[in-house]
Ligand binder design. Structure first.
Ligand SMILES: [Zn+2]
Length: 677
């Protein structure tokens, strides 16, 4: 019988794919791709687009599409048999991709193509793809002499080991800490479900009382709700000293931080960069570390007065209403929660009744259709679960633009969270265009008892966010696989379309058309909407400067931090002097737990969160100026941003849309931080 994973003639045949198809299909496709690469890498003569890049892209695409289906099924309808098949096929895929990234014969062919007389005549998107390939080979050490290559590889391995150790230490230190509370009076304020878990955790160890831990579902509510200050202090101290010299020496991350910074500096040196921050930015939209630092300093200066007001309100509220003379680091979340409850008395459940699924989807589709001149139509395709919906996007002439699967509800055996993934990318083929297909996956509550599903406002925002990624993928007009849709988009610009879409959930013109009471059909009251907006901006100044503090610390650390004469804590202290409004106690060891930059992929990249927010808010600002659902502005956004994807630098796309470089005013305004607010 034919293996459905090897059929690329139409949409995936999800109703036919069995776990037993996975390994044979992946083995076949890896072998095919390897054979193609062998031919291409050893070919004589000058490489051309049609003779080299095109077949290489095709070989990779078949494997990526089949593996994409397998990964998707593994995430949304996991089963022991499928997991086993996935894990059995995974090493072959990983080895193939790693091998290709290090295949210097391919690097040479790309270089020869870039030097060929035909190269300048290639379409800009094609040249962009070749430039990206060359850059990635170089950043992978391809141009180093033999000794340098060995050293580079060794550094990468050492860095990977240090990062993984960094994470393990945090995990071990987190697990090791607990507080056993035996006096119920000390638990006042903590929600019942948290206490129930804590009681259970203690009794599992044969102990009386309640066991509180530093895991988020326990730590956060304790800090927010526990009325007993000594308990908050004890928990806070445990949390912020994890993996430091103040705990068990074998879990101290301080030497690992030093080692990681040292080795990253060596990597940068080998690749010919002055600092590791420059290596990080080589693949990003931001041009240089000083540009990022200036961007962050500017944000801090603009947000700090609002953060100071937020803090002053906390202090005042604590003094007058909570009888607390001094607000310490472990009091901030608790006082804030009291203040928030007092000011914004509405519940998420009250709001949720106004967002039944059908109203939300038609509200979302109305935005897309108004802005981009397309129509979203229900359609049919084989799928992996009866709850999955399938839609086609068609243009004004009825021609197919793209299609997407929408899998909204949480299920057992489905991975948590929300995400967009590509099932097929747009590309020009000899026979015409291949249209893009996307998976949109959420984990919202399923309908019960014949009633429709209802979404919280947060879930509505999540849905709009993922649709932003989806539209980037589906409305692309790029012909080349490697730079169409979100492929090849810089890391710090990829969230622009998604965060952009979130803004519509805060627009009365959009929400008032979308939200209606599930039973009475009554519209969302304006008063409730205004409260939602005010609650969204609660303490936004403080949250802003906190993110900026982390981002500045990260960028300085990887750019101009002097490891021989300075200390990490002293440098963080100086950043805080400039931007922070909450000064933690001197025994706070935040860097030892900053796993984004020491254990994950955010080194000299933490600024990206705020960077992308500025881009998306400023892009949305154009719609505020020209009409939130203005089709002309929508067409321009599609032409210059969504439609061009990774085919040109994100900054060029932004400037082409906005007529100027990004500015931070719109983001401040959306967060209630304007001079008149
Ligand atoms: Zn996103």
């Amino acid at each position: 019988m034919e293996n459905p994973l090897l059929n690329f003639s139409a949409l995936p045949r999800f109703d036919e794919v069995l776990p037993s198809h996975v390994v044979p299909a992946i083995d076949t496709l890896v072998a095919e791709a390897r054979a193609t690469i062998e031919v291409l890498a050893t070919a004589d003569g000058e490489p051309t687009w049609d003779g080299f890049v095109e077949p290489l892209e095709s070989a990779n695409e078949r494997l990526a599409r089949a593996w994409g289906q397998v990964s998707h099924l593994n995430a949304v309808v996991n089963s022991p048999a499928l997991r086993e098949a996935y894990n059995a096929a995974l090493p072959a895929v990983t080895q193939f991709l790693t091998g290709q990234a290090q295949d210097l014969r391919l690097f040479d062919r790309y270089k020869a193509l870039a030097a060929s007389p035909g190269y300048p005549g290639l379409a800009p998107a094609r040249r962009r793809l070749v430039e990206n390939e060359l850059r990635d080979f170089r950043l992978g050490g391809a141009e180093l002499p033999a000794a340098g290559k060995a050293r580079f590889k060794q550094l990468q391995e050492e860095l990977a080991a240090l990062s993984s150790r960094f994470q393990e230490n945090i995990l071990d230190a987190t697990r090791d800490f607990s507080v056993i509370v035996s006096d119920p009076a000390h638990l006042s304020g903590i929600p019942d479900d948290v206490l129930e878990t804590a009681r259970h955790a203690a009794s599992k160890e044969g102990r009386e009382g309640w066991k509180l831990t530093l895991h988020m579902p326990c730590y956060l509510p304790v800090m927010q709700y526990a009325d007993y200050p000594a308990l908050r202090e004890q928990m806070y101290r445990g949390f912020v000293t994890r993996a430091s010299e103040l705990g068990k020496p074998e879990w101290d991350n301080s030497p690992l931080i030093a080692g990681i910074l040292e080795k990253r500096a060596q990597v940068a040196g080998l690749l010919g960069y002055a600092t590791f921050a420059q290596v990080s930015l080589a693949t990003k939209m931001a041009q240089s570390p000083p540009e990022v630092i200036a961007f962050l300093e500017d944000l801090a200066a603009r947000a700090k007065p609002f953060a100071q007001t937020d803090m002053a309100e906390i202090v005042e509220f604590a003094r007058t209403e909570l009888n607390l003379a001094e607000v310490r680091a472990w009091d901030v979340a608790w006082v804030s929660e009291r203040l928030r409850q007092k000011r914004y008395a509405f519940s998420d459940n009250e709001v949720k009744r106004y967002f039944p699924e059908d109203a939300v989807l038609s509200g979302l589709f109305r935005v897309i259709e108004s802005l981009y001149g397309v129509r979203v139509m229900p359609s049919r395709a084989a799928s992996w679960h009866p709850d999955v919906k399938f839609y086609a996007i068609v243009d004004a002439n009825g021609a197919l633009v793209g299609q997407f699967y929408l899998d909204l509800y949480a299920r057992d055996a489905k991975r948590g969270g929300a995400w967009m993934a590509d099932a097929r990318n747009r590309r020009r083929l000899a026979a015409g265009f291949q249209t893009p297909v996307a998976f949109l996956t959420c984990n919202f509550s399923a309908p019960v008892g014949g009633r429709p599903a209802f979404f919280t406002h947060n879930e509505v925002i999540t849905l709009f966010h993922e649709f932003g990624h989806g539209l980037h993928q589906l409305l692309t007009r790029v012909d080349e696989l490697g730079v169409s849709g979100i492929a090849g988009v810089e890391w710090d610009a990829v969230e622009l379309p998604s965060q952009f879409m979130e803004n519509f959930c805060w627009e009365w013109d959009v929400v008032s058309h979308m939200a209606r009471h599930g039973e009475t059909g009554e519209a969302l009251p304006r008063g409730l909407f205004d409260k939602m907006v005010a609650a969204k901006n609660f303490q936004s100044g403080m949250q802003f400067v906190r993110q900026v503090e982390f981002a500045l610390f990260d960028m300085h650390l990887h750019h101009d931090f002097d490891r021989s004469s300075d200390t990490v804590l002293a440098m963080l202290g100086r950043v805080r002097d400039r931007v922070a409004v909450v000064r933690p106690p001197e025994w706070n060891r935040f860097p030892n737990q900053f796993s984004h930059i020491f254990g994950g992929g955010y080194a000299a990249g933490y600024y990206s969160y705020k960077w992308a927010e500025v881009l998306s808010a400023d892009a949305f600002g154009a719609f505020e100026e020209e009409g939130v659902l203005n089709p002309a502005t929508g067409a321009r956004f599609r032409d210059e941003v969504l439609g061009v994807g990774g085919s040109r630098p994100a900054l060029e796309s932004f400037v082409a849309f906005r007529g100027r470089k990004p500015r931070i005013e719109a983001l401040l305004r959306h967060n209630g931080m304007t001079a008149t607010a």
